[in-house]
Design a binder for this molecule. Structure first.
Ligand SMILES: Cc1cc2nc3c(=O)[nH]c(=O)nc-3n(C[C@H](O)[C@H](O)[C@H](O)COP(=O)(O)OP(=O)(O)OC[C@H]3O[C@@H](n4cnc5c(N)ncnc54)[C@H](O)[C@@H]3O)c2cc1C
Length: 561
């Protein structure tokens, strides 16, 4: 074995076909500590030894049948020891068809990550594709990522430091925070002229900046709209880089339209904060929201789209009679012949004052993927009964000692998909506290405790808590829109036939995804009546492009001879 002792382990579990398994994983022995266990008992012992020596396990790959335990029971036991490891069944080809029907449902419930056929030869790339995808997911979700593209130097894990790390994670730029008095800290300080000020952010091997906001980092990495010549008018400006905006960008740019995307935070929108999207067409093993978003961004970049992240559009000045529409941000304006509004939704506020003050230091809106890593060994709470709350709880349980879902309702069945309810019931680290609300909380410099109230009895209890993740349902992000863009009573943008009749033109409604202002379109969750799914948002983003085309190049009238 050529690998160093500190390398993460891959534990293969097989009695009958351990030779084939080992041969299948031969290419990983350079970078992982590949070990073989011949039973569940042996796998547990091996894992115990690895953890006791300070090591970690990246993956358990088991045959579908073990001599001393059901494979799913074995995974359950192993998960208690190393919750971050990916779990794979590699069924021998003699058993693949017979074992698949009984084992596949467990995958939908999150009991393991992939059901594969044992490699059939030395270059079974289909198998290795799945394995490397899973290892890559593992590498980007463990507390300290395997690959680091950006170094952050900070003596404290304050809200800004964690905000920068969250932004970079969501942009697919793995980062790590070091204290100044470490090897990495000293390296970065050596490349910094002047007094030490924190956080310092170092890209690659040299460029160092002092960040005063997440936007500073976004501009250092990805530029600002000031780069666009003020007189230049782009064909289409997309506001919001979630699935709807990304799809609009890919299709618009691929069809030759000059396309600019303005995104307030990181690319990906709500979907980008999801640890695993399981129901998006074409990804049978699921895909992390970050990965999906970054792939779409790269696709749009290849076609020439221009992205600006960390840029909040705070005003849209509609242009009439051939004038361009103007989008205003703090770092400059963008003028566009057409606009796609794809600004999605944001989480509703909890409105418990002492907790609002701790946002970023123990209290988080949304799944806060990066903050999840900070929860290692801690007790955390998730508020919300929807699928996003369920997904967040499952992700947090990889790190936290306990995760408690707090819901006002008597159960989760009405609001959460059955597969997630099953996954939560199965996960020993997650519990559900029904008929309960969060009414208070506090701590010394960060969240330390919460006040919970039973809604039936009014009784209150103070519990220790290191993290509170709020996934409370959504409100449209429409405060930047002008009155001319008609909206429904909740603020969602009206399009097509949903526009009130008195705003139709010549007795005709606007086109399907067109708003009340000519040349301004809406797609995705921001649109009144939309389905609120990744597939529907990206479908609408793609569908809006022919309408943009038609608007930019109106069909000429009959020639007059
Ligand atoms: C944790 C979680 C898990 C989910 N899991 C699934 C799932 O498994 N399957 C599924 O189908 N759906 C899932 N959803 C729902 C899905 O993610 C959304 O339906 C989808 O992301 C909507 O896409 P969108 O582009 O319309 O809006 P959003 O994703 O909300 O993106 C809007 C973007 O616009 C930006 N923006 C807003 N205002 C401005 C402004 N003024 N200036 C610039 N930018 C702005 C925002 O920062 C955001 O990035 C999940 C949602 C969450 C929160």
């Amino acid at each position: 074995m050529i690998v160093s002792a500190a390398a993460p382990a891959i534990v293969l579990i097989s009695e009958e076909h351990s030779e084939e398994m080992l041969a299948g994983f031969a290419r990983y022995t350079h970078e992982y500590d590949v070990r073989v266990a011949r039973s569940c008992h042996e796998a547990l012992q091996t894992t115990h030894d690895i953890v006791a020596e300070g090591g970690t396990v990246a993956m358990f790959a088991s045959e579908s049948v073990l001599p001393d335990a059901e494979v799913l029971h074995c995974f359950h036991k192993l998960r208690e020891k190393v919750p971050t490891a990916r779990r794979v069944i590699a069924a021998h080809w003699d058993r693949f068809l017979t074992d698949a029907p009984g084992l596949r449902p467990g995958m939908a419930k999150g009991k393991y990550d992939a059901f594969l056929l044992m490699p059939r030869g030395v270059r079974d790339e289909e198998f290795h594709n799945a394995i490397t995808d899973l290892l890559s997911d593992w590498g980007s979700t463990v507390a300290d990522p395997e690959v680091v593209a950006v170094k952050i130097i900070s003596p404290t894990r304050d809200a800004l430091t964690l905000g920068i790390r969250d932004f970079l994670d969501r942009m697919g730029m793995p980062s790590r925070v070091w204290e100044p008095d470490t090897e990495a800290g000293r390296y970065v300080l050596d490349h910094w002229d002047g007094e030490p000020v924190y956080p310092l952010v170092c890209r690659g091997h040299g460029t160092v900046m002092h960040a005063t906001s997440v936007r500073d980092v976004a501009i250092m990495m990805y530029g600002a709209p000031t780069e666009i010549d003020l007189e230049h008018v782009v064909d289409v400006a997309v506001v919001g880089g979630g699935p709807a905006g990304l799809a609009a960008a890919v299709y618009a740019a691929s069809e030759g339209l000059s396309t600019v995307i303005l995104e307030a935070e990181a690319i990906g929108g709500q979907a980008g904060t999801s640890s695993m999207i399981r129901n998006y067409l074409g990804f049978p093993r699921g895909i992390s929201g970050m990965r999906l978003a970054q792939r779409a961004r790269n696709q749009a970049l290849r076609f020439g789209a221009q992205f600006f992240t960390g840029q909040v559009v705070d005003e849209l000045r509609p242009g009439f009679d051939g004038d361009p529409h103007v989008l205003c941000t703090d770092s400059g304006e963008v003028r566009a012949r057409s606009v796609v509004i794809s600004s999605g939704v944001a989480y509703r506020k909890l409105r418990v004052e002492p907790l609002e003050e701790l946002v970023g230091i123990g209290v988080y809106y949304g799944a806060a993927m990066t903050a999840a890593r900070e929860m290692e060994g801690q007790d955390v709470y998730v508020v919300g009964g929807g699928n996003s709350a369920g997904q967040a709880a499952v992700h947090l349980a990889r790190f936290a000692r306990s995760v408690t879902i707090v819901v006002r309702r008597p159960d989760l069945a009405e609001t959460m998909s059955q597969y997630l309810v099953g996954e939560i019931e199965y996960n020993p680290r997650i519990s559900v506290r029904t008929c309960t609300t969060v009414v208070d909380g506090g701590g010394d410099g960060r969240l330390e405790w919460l006040g919970l109230q039973d809604v039936r009895t009014g009784e209150q209890e103070k519990v220790p808590a290191y993290g509170l993740f709020l996934l409370l349902g959504a409100e449209p992000r429409c405060d930047w829109l002008p009155g001319a863009v008609a909206r429904d009573e909740r603020g969602f943008v009206l399009t097509g036939r949903d526009v009130p009749k008195d705003q139709w033109s010549n007795g005709l409604p606007p086109e399907n995804l067109a708003t009340t202002v000519p040349g301004i379109f809406a797609a995705g969750d921001i649109r009144s009546g939309s389905m609120k799914r990744v597939a529907s948002a990206s479908g609408e983003g793609a569908s809006v492009v022919p309408l943009v085309h038609a608007w930019l190049a109106p069909v000429p009238g009959p020639e007059v001879s």
